[in-house]
Design a protein around this ligand. Structure first.
Ligand code: HEM
Length: 479
């Protein structure tokens, strides 16, 4: 049961959609908090505690206003940048901390290897790493599918981004990134309050950044010592070494951000998609038929990514209903008006994929996993934004989609996945990302085209309305 409490519409006198509550409640459970704000106020709202206020925009109208204007609304992804010359300052100096001309210049450099035309070069690596994964599985095996997908994406991301075969080093960097990212975002909203618990965790954050920087430096050293390659780090290093275009601090920031942004979002998307398919046997059957008829047992080719309509709809719908990146924030860089609010410089504005993707006026029966809805709808870039939108839209979107469209079939051609009956699956948004907070236990069997959902428990039922299965234990939504 959530502890989130939104007390009153304090600014009713000024006709402002403001709720009084604890800012820390937002960090504790962003989805519950945002659902309450949306239910109470609609597409624009604020949460206020004392002199602190966070603004929220839900739906395409205000989201477009905020995301399309990068001059007025700056990215400040990391609320805490740490002391100058600290490891934390260096590892937070990537694209998400840049604005204005600096952001435009670095984005041009960093995004070159991620253009749609360049993505084909990574296709073979995806096929190889996916094959390594499935070759290690045995029919009847019980796995935590999220742990498997996280390890898989760590290995794949480190091969594509850093040309690394050293799985242990990549896994180590990945674990440190996860811990550091979680601390960042747990502490982000708490940065407004100066309690002693936050101060202790701030020290923990700084030392986590130190450890992460040491491991990332080792990764750079290992890459420099190897053969020059066409992985992303080699390209960035060349830009760095030859043109001096990127400072050491910025290089460190780009590397940590690319690694953190790429592997967890993709891993969670795979986990959520496998879970949704496992609980929707009819949709799984349609996908199986498409893969069997069109692809057979070979890997999906790079030139057929856009010609597998069921796979396309399944992924679109999965990223709508359980978006790996569920919210993000901007900060007003100059005085501006946002709906009824007059924002001063420094005012924080949150936009949310999760809430926007669940608005009933945009998506009928929003809590149901209905891939076929994509035959009928074509939402605007600000109504459907799993990769963000506007001038800061994800630079890895094309790579991310290719990885998903090649990886998922590779798993499903050989194996079928079913949840362990009565498993509890809980999910929570941390570090802006929708994480499973429990294991996601699945049994892997040889693919035979026969599918059945299982009764499961947990707060996943507050996010998705699953078709009824005998024994399912739905939980009422908190909004
Ligand atoms: C399913 C996978 C992915 C999802 C759901 C995702 C989601 C997002 C979202 C929502 C944003 C915008 C954040 C904002 O506006 O504040 C973003 C930005 C970004 N993403 Fe991704 N991402 C994914 C994969 C990747 C990959 C594979 C890479 C790189 C290898 C990547 C690198 C980045 C970078 C560098 C930015 C910052 C762009 C900027 O500020 O200009 N992402 N991503």
């Amino acid at each position: 049961m959530s502890r989130i409490s939104i007390a009153s519409d304090h600014d009713a006198a000024n006709h402002l959609p403001v709720s009084q509550g604890r800012i820390a409640d937002f960090a504790d459970d962003p989805v519950v908090c945002m659902r309450r704000l949306w239910a109470r106020h609609g597409e624009i709202a604020a949460l206020e505690e004392g002199t602190q206020r966070i603004h929220f925009v839900f739906g395409p109208h205000y989201t477009k206003q905020v995301l399309s204007n990068a001059t007025t609304f700056h990215s400040r992804f990391f609320a805490l940048r740490g002391p100058r010359r600290s490891s934390h300052r260096r590892v937070t100096s990537g694209l998400l901390s840049m604005n204005g001309e600096e952001h435009r210049r670095h984005r041009r450099m960093v995004m070159q290897p991620f253009q749609k035309s360049a993505i084909g070069a990574y296709h073979e690596t995806v096929c190889e790493v996916a094959d390594e994964l499935v070759s290690g599985w045995r029919p009847g095996q019980l796995v935590d599918i999220n742990a498997e997908m996280t390890r898989y994406m760590l290995r794949l991301t480190s091969r594509i981004l850093f040309g690394l075969d050293d799985g242990d080093l990549a896994e180590h960097v990945g674990e440190l990134t996860e811990r550091w990212v979680a601390l960042n975002h747990a502490l982000g909203p708490a940065a407004f309050s100066a309690d002693s618990e936050s101060a202790d965790r701030y020290d923990e954050l700084l030392s986590a950044a130190k450890e992460l920087e040491v491991a990332a430096k080792e990764m750079i050293r290992s890459r420099r010592a190897g053969k020059p390659g066409f992985d992303v780090l080699s390209l960035l290093l060349r830009a760095h070494d030859e043109q001096g275009g990127i400072s050491d601090e910025q290089l460190m920031g780009h590397i940590v951000l690319l690694f953190g942004a790429a592997h967890l979002t993709s891993a969670h998307t795979l986990t959520w998609t496998l879970l949704l398919l496992a609980q929707h046997p009819e949709i799984m059957r349609q996908l199986h038929e498409e893969l069997t008829t069109v692809v057979g047992s070979r890997p999906v080719r790079n030139d057929e990514l856009d010609s597998l309509p069921v796979l396309d709809r399944v992924l679109k719908e999965s990223m709508r209903i359980l978006p790996a990146s569920s919210y993000s924030q901007r900060v007003a860089a100059e005085p501006t008006k946002l709906g009824p609010f007059d924002l001063a410089p420094g005012a924080v504005v949150i936009f949310s994929q999760f809430i926007t993707h669940h608005l009933p006026e945009l998506y009928s029966e929003p809590e149901r996993f209905l891939p076929d809805r994509w035959n009928e709808i074509s939402p605007s870039p600000y109504a459907y934004l799993p990769f963000g939108a506007g001038p800061r839209m994800c630079i890895g979107a094309a790579l991310g989609m290719m990885q998903l469209k090649v990886s998922l079939p590779s798993l499903l051609q050989r194996f079928k996945f079913s949840l362990v009956p009565e498993a509890t699956v809980n999910a929570r948004v941390m570090s802006t990302m929708l994480f499973p907070t429990t294991s996601v236990p699945m049994r892997i069997e040889s693919q035979d085209g026969q599918f059945a959902a299982q009764p499961i428990r947990g707060n996943i039922h507050t996010l998705v309305d699953f078709p009824s299965v005998a024994g399912n234990a739905p939980v009422r939504k908190a909004a």
